[in-house]
Design a protein around this ligand. Sequence first.
Ligand code: NAI
Ligand code: MG
Length: 477
Amino acid sequence: MEKYKNFINNRWIDSESKETIKVEDPSTTKIIGEISCANKPEIDLAVSAAKESFNSRILVDMPLLDRAKLMRKIADETRKVAKEGGTILCYENGKSIGAAIKEFNDVADMFDYYAGLTDKLEGKTIPVSKSILDYTVLEPYGISAHIIPWNYPLAMLGRSLACSFATGNSTIIKTAELTPLSATFFAKAIENAGTPPGLINIISGYGDEAGAYLVSHPDVNHVVFTGSVITGKKILHMAADKAIPAIVELGGKSAGIVYPDANLDDVVESARHAIFGVAGQICTAMSRLVVHKSVKDELIVKLVDLSKSLKVGPGYEEGTDLTPVISNNQLEKVEGYARSGIQAGAEAVHGGKRIDRDGYFMEATVLNNVTQDMTVAREEIFGPVLSVLEYQDAEEAINIANDTDYGLGGGVFTKDLNKAAWTASKLQSGQVYVNKWFTGSHATPFGGYKQSGYSREKGVQALNSYLQIKNVGISLV
Ligand code: NAI
Ligand code: MG
């Protein structure tokens, strides 16, 4: 069994305590590797490496075209490790091998994209008076800590790190304890690209210990978190205690509205990827469908056909559609939600329970006759459980879709694009997908309304969250 290490100051570091985190393949429950578990000494080391690199101004003062070239080199090196790293990602997370390799390539794309923006971060001159020259300068915060979730261990790391690096911050990444191995392959790419030490440090450790210690470390002055609402609020409290900014991208309970004129096959295709892909462990999962009464029966038949057709198995097996959830805890939680829906009066037209085989597999579950008062319609399940609700007029559909504390994604299926635009204007969510879930790219801003968080990741806009504005006024007389 291979043993992996923390990447601190461009060195591969064992933890002082010799404690390791053992990583499981959720398809078999077998241990596939272990990694040194960072704790206070390693976090202190990572923070001081980041601080030293920031104070040296090596990245801040680097000519911007050179910073861009370095980022493109990191992108190229990341593509080189995509297959090997993607394979480990597939084993530790459970997702399909294709999706896992794509995550590495997505990280590379993020670095290429933000590389092109390093020299386009322009300040302003502001008219104050004839004798004052007033201008703004954009400066990095300094030491940025990123806490990463287990559902997209590489993509989430890539999008925040690329921004952080492009704007000149030094970064410490804490990976998720359930999926810490794949990021070490990315760390190799950082090393192979010749990145100066201390600018990017990647450590693994437990959330309540390493994560909390890192976020509250006095020298960390910027935080990025992606994960659950509960943990996100804890992070915000820790950041508030130090009066530092925190970017939070939290969960969702996204609804797709299906109008009577919708192409139902589009809905089914979105369900395949957006609720059954990655076993539904997606922050913008299409976890609710709000369907017009006149087409609901027909759609239910199609959703059941889809569920039956999904090939169940480990992500590393050719052609699997439904892969396991991440852990036994997660499986129990997801199965418990499905059971609660059925007890509350929903009908499981497909699935509803765990699959009787090794690993943490949950049946593709379609719950019909769900109503908004049920827990399954309100809480983030983070598993392959789709709740189908019924509506009669469009206003009612929008009210149902918006009746949630979350506001990450929303969708609408219709051939009438005027109606789609009208619906998009009413949905309280950061993303609206029309006729196809997940239309975004590295260039589109991504983030939440309401309790799904604030701030935006990806796109040009995201860079603002990694920079502070300095205003300079020069008296010319
Ligand atoms: P979590 O939100 O607790 O963990 C995400 C990350 O935060 C991990 O790296 C973890 O180590 C870290 N963390 C946990 N507690 C921390 C603390 N006190 N201080 C600093 N860092 C901390 O998610 P968890 O416990 O793995 O899963 C629980 C539920 O969260 C899931 O069932 C799912 O519903 C939701 N979730 C949502 C995600 C999303 O993208 N919306 C991603 C991951 C989980
Ligand atoms: Mg937790």
